[in-house]
Design a protein around this ligand. Sequence first.
Ligand code: FAD
Ligand code: GLY
Length: 377
Amino acid sequence: MTSAAMEKGTLIVGGGVVGLAVGWMLARRGEPVTLLEKGKTGREASWAAAGMLAPATEVAYQEDLNLMLGLESMRLYPEFVAELQQASGMDVDYRTEGALEVSFCADDTARLRHILGYQQEKNLPVRSLSVTDALEMEPTLSGFLSAAAFCGMDHQVDPRLLTTALKKAYLLAGGVLREDCEVTRFVLEAGRPPAVMAGEERISAKRVLLAAGAWSGSLAGLPDKLRPPVRPVKGQMLSFQMGAIPSLTHFLRVVRVPEIYMVPKSDGRLIVGATVEEMGFDRRLTGGGIYELLKGAWESVPQVYDLPLLETWTGFRPGSRDNAPILGQTAFPGLFVATGHHRNGILTTPATAVHMASLMLEGRPPDILKPFSPDRF
Ligand code: FAD
Ligand code: GLY
């Protein structure tokens, strides 16, 4: 690739769900796009995620901006998935059975009631359920169940299938992908288009999008005022094989206890997550982390005691200072950022892709992106 050829198009740094989705959106609108990924696409946070699309049940007090973006993304999700599945020829296991919030002790019940009050104040469609109704919905829940609520609006997708489909759709739309190609530094010189170094190679483009997930805050060559304040927020996860106990195939909905969540997938995996740890880029699993997940899963669904354990893993959520994504144009002409999606990057992918592509091609930030501007820090 020559620098001159690229100066017409867009260069994306990072091939997680965010870089791939924006890349697909741009490529299908006719933009020449090249994506640089230091390893293989979709193998970091986007691989680690559970895939819950949960603006309502993952709502956090005072994070109204995140709620707004999450609701916008949920609005876009069905069409986004339909178009992606058609473009890629793949199913991404988009499921709409909803989510249960449950508790098994007085402390968690009080917490559940508080959050239910907040969800209802925000007009989110979450309703209190009797214990009998909750056990009818998910008969494998523990008989110690003391309170429950249901949200039909929160859906889920398989994030590993999602990123694989995005990669296919991106390539079929004409996007260029360079895997095992690490961006080692940014080169930002006044009056010249933004550029990056990948080893000895200098690559410049009319537009460069930084979408390197939890690594977005640590790339060389970015002056402090342009550097997105993003850090890795570690999550440990595990999965069970559900089919080993026939009654557990009836586990259909996402189940959330305050400390853990359980997400059943159509291929028979039951994903249990996740820890939330400030441990930098330490990928190691810990006894304490896995213990907490197993304990929470067993207390909620005692039958998991007999289920085969399939996989354990860790991932790094890209967390910003205010927990909201950082989306928009920086003060350096042609340099854009889409990162900081923290706990909800799978949920907010369609909104990020659609609105960032509009901003990058049309030059004006859609109103919805304005509060997420990189210059708010
Ligand atoms: P990533 O997927 O991490 O991608 C960034 C990419 O950039 C990587 O592939 C990396 O290799 C590449 N890169 C980094 N540096 C460079 C470089 N110098 N040069 C080239 N490439 C580079 N969200 C939800 O909505 N629902 C969930 O249920 C959910 N569950 C989660 C559970 C866990 C345990 C974790 C960790 C996250 C979860 N998330 C969830 C959050 C979601 O996974 C992230 O917000 C989202 O995947 C971020 O996507 P990304 O593309 O920004 O980052
Ligand atoms: N959204 C789930 C997680 O980040 O663990």
